[in-house]
Design a protein around this ligand. Structure first.
Ligand code: FPP
Ligand code: MG
Ligand code: MG
Length: 311
């Protein structure tokens, strides 16, 4: 998509005209583009009504920058060595540099969103930053806790992931001057797609290969993070005790392997994929009231992609 290219070009331009250290950090960050799903959603959601496209391109860039900033902070918090197959800022330059680089990019995202001049969108963006941080804190607070509910998990993944998908979609519609019903449909689409996206991410932690997901299989559980497949496994009496034991003894490698293979059971994974599919169906029905056009087709394709993605 030509407009998505403009988003990536403005990221590269951001690295220019900065002092050498900052330029190096930004260059390192932007030289490997990500999947661009969130800015693509903003641009596609804006395509239903003719409007000044500069505003929606700024928003799409802001959305991608916020995502990138949150990943830099996330890698710092998680102590991750690799992101998109490359060394992370925190592993190369240390956590202090990574926190400040994340802050810089995070603030850069806010300036772009302010440039849209739309208070409703600016407010929604600020709320999203609160939701992202709150989701990360919830995840941290619940690490190794065996008493977790499905509702708690769904709230956590909304904050951590679906919130930004929601904002990406809703802001595209709002900034294009779409009628309120269209903005609400896009909001709901972003929410449902974001939930499905994170659920699939959590499933791939058990069902993917190390090559596909770029990290060891079962690393969420090894880090004490309880996700949907683990919650579903815990609903089976035969697995519940083993999961509780491993959360209390995460350094027991044999037990960890045993529990990971219990969670990799076909019926557990199938039930987890069904959960994601239900959100995908809802996302598709959110699109059904919108006028048929190539952008609607692309938004539908994104749903199919999320369902079958392997990385
Ligand atoms: C990836 O999760 C992380 C997120 C989806 C959100 C991270 C958000 C923050 C750190 C909040 C603070 C951010 C700002 C800019 C205020 P993961 O660790 O489960 O997935 P991974 O495998 O991609 O690392
Ligand atoms: Mg992480
Ligand atoms: Mg994390």
């Amino acid at each position: 998509m030509e407009r998505l290219e403009k988003v990536n070009n403005s990221l590269t331009e951001m690295a220019e005209k900065k002092h050498p250290f900052l330029a190096r950090l930004l260059d390192h960050t932007f030289s490997t583009p990500g999947k661009n799903i969130r800015p693509a959603i903003t641009l596609l959601a804006s395509n239903f009504y003719p409007h000044d496209e500069r505003n929606t391109e700024k928003m799409a860039t802001g959305v991608e920058l916020l995502h990138i900033a949150s990943l830099i902070h996330d890698d710092t918090v998680d102590g991750a060595m690799l992101r998109r197959g490359k060394m992370t800022i925190s592993s190369l330059w240390g956590p202090k540099t990574a926190v400040l680089a994340g802050d810089y990019i995070f603030a850069a995202s806010a300036t772009l969103v302010c440039d849209t001049g739309n208070i409703r969108v600016i407010r929604r963006f600020a709320e999203t930053i609160m939701e992202l941080s709150s989701g990360e804190l919830q995840e941290m607070a619940e690490t190794y806790n065996p008493e977790q509910s499905m509702q708690g998990y769904l709230g956590r993944i909304y904050n951590k992931t679906a919130s930004l998908f929601t904002t990406a979609a809703e802001s595209g519609a709002i900034l294009s001057g779409a009628p309120e019903a269209c903005s609400q449909s896009m909001r709901s689409y972003g929410h449902n797609l974001g939930m499905a996206f994170q659920i699939v991410d959590d499933i791939l932690d058990f069902d993917g290969t190390e090559e596909e997901i770029g990290k060891p299989i079962g690393s969420d559980l090894a880090n004490g993070v309880v996700t949907l497949p683990t919650l579903i496994a815990m609903q089976r009496r035969s697995c519940c005790d083993a999961v509780k034991r491993v959360l209390a003894n995460p350094d027991d490698e044999d037990l960890m392997k045993e529990v990971v293979s219990l969670i990799q059971d076909d019926s557990v994974l199938e039930e987890s994929y069904e959960f994601a599919s239900r959100y995908c169906e809802k996302a598709l029905s959110d699109l059904s009231g919108l006028p048929p056009c190539p952008s609607r087709d692309s938004l539908e394709e994104l749903v199919s992609h999320v369902k079958v993605r392997r990385n």
